[in-house]
Design a protein around this ligand. Structure first.
Ligand code: PLP
Length: 324
């Protein structure tokens, strides 16, 4: 923690972390990898400050709370065209691309491939022609392979599949650098970050180091293909159980269900409390749904292995027998 970020030791930690991430995601050489600060929420402002020219317009897809926060923030900097929204589906399904209203002159198209709170995940990559596609992958990066070349920029707050909070990873195509508005703070200019190896100022060195350890761990697991196979088994185990049960339900359209965040409800919400108390007694923690939606949510990120999912399902079955 006391290591200078300019020391050879830390520079080698930082370089190795970037290389491991490049290997894991097959990041093409014309993309920069940035390790930034301010969380994914700061990106909601940083994206328009860098990519939305004065007087320009950007397309946003609304599939839930995080997309909406991005929309709200970007609207402060220019015109936002909400090209599609899941609202008519009560945020239980993603509108197909035939329902989208993309504009030809958009500076970029922004979407959140995985809505962490709602539990809605794209199983496909939008087709947006030459317009740069910008994706908030905070809660699904590294959960399965992704073709980086389809994107102008991907960003992800670290605290799900990467490492501790305090760092954000940006993977940005080089031609999108150097477009920041005059008023964009130096610290928020992607080009400044890229030109300085993400060290324009002191970076969060400990979070960067720990993220690097996670990348090494993931390589030892066999990389993203291997973790994707495990994630697939995890999500199928949980959804299959929920769908077959009479007590639990998940409202999301089957082809739009998140592999990482599985929200579910009990048939009678008076059972929520005893369910959580029993879960906690078994070491099954953090199952309470987000305060904005209630119910339950099992977040089964890369670090949660199949034994934990099996333990949850066993407990859910036992609880259903008692209370169903
Ligand atoms: C999809 C998504 N976007 C953005 C955020 C906000 O991230 P941060 O807290 O790093 O600003 C989160 C946090 O949970 C998220 O899941």
């Amino acid at each position: 923690m006391e290591m200078s970020h300019r020391s050879d030791e830390f520079v080698s930690i930082a370089t190795q972390a970037e290389q491991d991430l490049r290997d894991l995601l097959n990041i093409p050489s014309n993309y920069k990898v940035l390790f930034l600060q301010g969380g994914a929420s700061q990106q909601f402002a940083q994206i328009p400050l860098n990519l939305l020219p004065e007087g320009g317009s950007a397309d946003y897809i609304d599939t839930g709370i995080w997309s909406q926060k991005a929309i709200e923030e970007a609207s402060r900097y220019g015109h936002v065209n909400v090209a599609a929204t899941a609202k008519p589906y009560d945020y239980f399904a993603i509108p197909g691309q035939n329902e989208w209203n993309l504009s030809k002159d958009a500076a970029y198209v922004h979407y959140a491939p995985n809505e962490t709170i709602g539990g809605l995940e794209f199983q496909w990559i939008p087709e947006v022609g030459d317009v740069p596609l910008v994706a908030d992958m905070s809660s699904d990066i590294l959960s399965r392979p992704v073709d980086i070349s389809r994107f102008g920029m991907i960003y992800a707050g670290a605290q799900k599949n990467i490492g501790p909070s305090g760092i954000v990873v940006n993977i940005i195509r080089e031609d999108l650098l150097g477009k920041a508005r005059a008023l964009c703070p130096t610290m928020l200019d992607y080009k400044v970050a890229a030109d300085n190896g993400s060290m324009y100022n002191t970076p969060p060195t400990l979070a960067w180091y720990l993220s690097g350890l996670v990348f090494q761990w993931l390589k030892e697991q066999g990389g993203v293909d291997a973790i994707a196979r495990l994630n697939d088994v995890k999500q199928r185990t949980l959804y299959d159980f929920i769908d077959a049960s009479g007590l639990y339900s998940n409202p999301i359209n089957k082809s739009d269900r998140s592999w990482m965040n599985v929200p579910f409800r009990l048939a009678d919400d008076r059972l929520d409390k005893p369910f959580l108390v029993g879960a906690e007694a078994r070491g099954l923690l953090n199952l309470k749904g987000h305060r904005s939606v209630g119910g339950m949510r099992a977040s089964i990120y890369n670090a949660v292995d199949i034994t934990a999912v099996n333990a949850l399902v066993a407990y859910m079955a036992e609880f259903e027998k008692e209370h169903g």
